[in-house]
Design a protein around this ligand. Structure first.
Ligand SMILES: Cc1cc2nc3c(=O)[nH]c(=O)nc-3n(C[C@H](O)[C@H](O)[C@H](O)COP(=O)(O)OP(=O)(O)OC[C@H]3O[C@@H](n4cnc5c(N)ncnc54)[C@H](O)[C@@H]3O)c2cc1C
Length: 370
């Protein structure tokens, strides 16, 4: 990395879960001789842990939105609201949708995952991918404005898909959840899956063990049946953004940015990556906000270390992670390894954790580390 006395430009691409701790770190402690930039699509980040609760009508949008402008200001970072559409890792610059080019000395890229919609395009306006989250929130608001009682399908049986289906049922819609049998809450224990199926049955959600494809008449299932829908929500898991393909960065076979345990690109020392668009060379990490968030402090420390030419730390996730799923009825399911439980008290615990997380990044004093 180039040294000298000129300020080095450090860019954070993506104002998401992985970069919150980096902004807080910069706010708490000066990063000498740097020009800092945060380039991100939208001024607000929706905290994903509360998204199903918002969808169910339990939270207002402002309860889960984190305003990135004061965070960037406290961090001494220039906020650029734009879309990254290209990266040239060798030439060290980003291309933005506005046509601008941003050169960097050090880059951390965490713009999150994308959802592949091609197989569902025939649904047209009835299609609502859960990412980008901002567009999802606008789309769900517009759908709900026309009243309850309509047919909603959620495609994707991960924890997020289950929570979204339960939230849609809570709003009075007729809900179908579609996922192949092996794709129902993968990574969770048998008891957590049982509790989730029980919650879905109680809410009247019909679960289809199938793949789905979009047709003009509705969703085509494996057995040839067509499910007519007013809305198909895609929660099919994160894919990599397409612009990474030409970046020159080392990517895994699926197109995610390959990093070591220190979150540094496997091919370019000036590039770090974390969150949903990264893939580790040493282990397979599920794409979950908890890893994006927990990697954040390590990322912050390693960006400092990279600038100082010091050694890097490793992000070592625990072997099990606690997941708390909102079931839309004032209860929650806790899933930890093979252990699982459900109850109202877990919903209160989840609410406290989630509100605490958002508050940590919205209270001015907390942002400044005071
Ligand atoms: C409904 C739902 C519920 C979830 N619930 C949980 C949960 O309870 N627990 C859990 O662990 N995980 C959960 N997840 C997963 C979690 O949201 C992700 O793993 C996490 O958000 C990844 O963080 P990230 O920093 O990689 O990206 P994100 O948090 O997605 O942030 C990406 C940021 O980059 C911006 N951006 C995107 N593209 C561009 C671009 N081209 N240019 C500039 N900026 C861009 C976005 O606007 C955003 O600010 C849930 C996901 C969903 C969809």
């Amino acid at each position: 990395m180039t040294g000298g006395n000129h300020p080095r430009r450090v860019i954070l691409a993506g104002g998401g879960h992985a970069h919150l701790a980096v902004l807080a770190d910069w706010a708490a402690q000066e990063l000498p001789n740097t020009e800092r930039v945060l380039v991100t699509r939208q001024r607000h980040l929706a905290y994903s842990g509360m998204l199903p609760g918002w969808m169910a009508g339990r939270y207002r949008a402002e309860d889960l939105l984190i305003d990135l402008a004061p965070l960037a200001e406290a961090a001494g970072a220039r906020l650029v609201l734009d879309d990254v559409v290209g990266l040239d890792a060798a030439a060290r610059h980003l291309r933005l949708a506005s046509g601008a080019t941003l050169a960097f000395d050090l880059l951390s890229v965490a713009t999150g995952g994308t959802i592949a919609t091609e197989a569902f395009a025939a649904l047209g306006a009835r299609l609502l991918p859960v990412r980008p989250v901002e567009a999802f929130m606008t789309g769900w608001d517009a759908f709900c404005a026309a009243g309850p009682g309509r047919a909603v399908a959620v495609v994707g049986g991960g924890a997020a898909g289950v929570e979204l289906a339960l939230a849609a049922a809570r709003r009075g819609h007729h809900v179908h959840l579609i996922a192949p049998a092996t794709g129902f809450m993968p990574g969770h224990g048998a008891w957590a899956r049982h509790l989730a199926r029980t919650a879905l049955a109680r809410a009247g959600v019909i679960v289809h063990a199938s793949m789905a494809r979009g047709r003009p008449e509705g969703l085509a299932l494996d057995d040839g049946a067509i499910l007519p829908v007013d809305l198909a929500i895609l929660a099919t898991g994160s894919g990599p953004p397409g612009w990474l393909a030409d970046s020159g960065l080392a990517l895994d076979p699926c197109g995610f940015v390959l990093t070591g345990a220190d979150l540094r690109s496997a091919s370019h020392a000036e590039v770090f990556a974390a969150g949903d668009l990264a893939a580790r060379t040493d282990l397979a990490l599920p794409r979950a906000g908890v890893h994006a968030v927990k990697a954040g402090p390590v990322l912050a420390a390693n960006l400092r270390a990279a600038l100082a030419g010091a050694g890097l730390r490793a992000y070592q996730p625990g072997s099990r992670r606690l997941a708390l799923l909102a079931t839309g009825d004032g209860r929650a399911i806790a899933s930890w390894g093979q252990f699982a439980a459900a109850g109202r008290w877990l919903s209160r615990v989840k609410d406290r954790i989630d509100r605490g997380f958002v508050a940590r990044y919205t209270r001015r004093n907390a942002i400044r580390g005071e």
